[in-house]
Design a protein around this ligand. Structure first.
Ligand SMILES: NC(=O)c1ccc[n+]([C@@H]2O[C@H](COP(=O)([O-])OP(=O)(O)OC[C@H]3O[C@@H](n4cnc5c(N)ncnc54)[C@H](O)[C@@H]3O)[C@@H](O)[C@H]2O)c1
Length: 273
């Protein structure tokens, strides 16, 4: 059994991951512990009880350096600031592998993870669900087929009111070169017609929505919409655990993504990011 430590353990995703590990949702993985920021009211509490399960006899801690020794594998669903430092700490200690689901990473933070991936197996994905990764493949195909044919692309995403980053990591994907064409929201009076090269992003924040994404391709006379709706956080948790089990069998070298885990058979995508 490989022992897994959750970073961001008191959060919504952290709790879903703890519950999925205690439920033994993915064979070969067991809960080693969880860390979160000092000062959280959940500090010192039993992780099983926090996640709505029976007592696990493991307690939320704020000391990653100390908790690291209890685990082989690591999953970070917390906050982008400090993510590179956290992964460096793990790499310096010779840890086996880490999966990062935290979104809102800057280009520098992403580059930092890519550099560390040479030393330790690392996987980053802004969305761990099979369905969203299939959606990404369908969007890539549609975009390639419609390119230069007068179709405008707009992306609409909706998430719960507590989500901090916008647009969502899923909407943006891993393509920071997107910045050249990205247009966030629209207000005021435009100077002219919408340029075809632009991609509009619209972030809605409301209620407890787990995660909805729609990509729209529209031209005069027709509209294509490709959509995905996540209805339960467990979808991402199970995806992250499957990614962790897969990553434990890989060598370091480059930053992996969900495409590598899911492969062609499951989502029809090219295997390398
Ligand atoms: N990749 C995916 O499939 C996926 C799915 C859902 C959410 N997310 C992302 O995962 C992250 C967490 O989402 P959430 O909804 O659970 O948020 P959340 O706010 O409920 O939980 C985040 C937790 O991380 C903790 N935290 C912050 N900085 C920390 C640090 N330095 N060390 C340890 N813990 C720290 C916070 O105290 C909090 O408890 C966000 O970036 C979100 O966008 C990714």
């Amino acid at each position: 059994m490989a022992r897994v430590l959750i970073i961001g353990g008191a959060g919504r995703m952290g709790q879903a991951l703890v519950a999925a590990l205690l439920d033994k949702s993915v064979p070969g993985l067991e809960l080693a512990g969880a860390v979160d920021l000092a000062g959280k009211p959940e500090q010192g509490k039993d992780l099983g009880l926090l996640a709505g399960r029976g007592p696990a006899n493991l307690f939320l801690s704020s000391d990653l350096s100390a908790a690291m020794a209890q685990a082989d594998l690591f999953i970070d669903f917390s906050f982008h600031v400090g993510v590179v430092e956290r992964m460096r700490l793990l790499a310096d200690a010779g840890s086996k592998a880490a999966v990062i689901g935290t979104t809102g990473l800057t280009a520098e933070e992403h580059a930092g993870l890519r550099a560390l991936a040479v030393r330790m197996p690392l996987l980053f994905s802004p969305n761990m669900s099979l369905g969203v990764n299939l959606l990404a493949a369908l969007v890539e195909e549609a975009a390639a087929r419609l390119k230069g044919r007068g179709y405008d692309i707009e992306v609409v995403e909706t998430h719960h009111r507590r989500k901090l980053d916008a647009p969502s990591g899923t909407a943006l994907g891993s393509g920071w070169e997107l910045k050249k064409v990205q247009r966030d929201g629209r207000s005021g009076v435009a100077k002219g017609e919408r340029p075809e090269q632009e991609i509009g992003f619209h972030a809605l924040r409301a209620g407890d929505v787990v995660g909805d994404h729609t990509v729209m391709f529209a031209t005069d006379g027709e509209l294509i919409e490709l959509s995905h709706r996540a209805t339960r956080r467990e979808t991402f948790a199970i995806g992250a655990l499957r990614a962790t089990a897969w990553l434990a069998t890989q060598t370091s070298g480059r930053l992996y993504g969900m495409k590598d885990v899911l492969g062609n058979a499951e989502c029809g995508m090219r295997s390398a990011e």
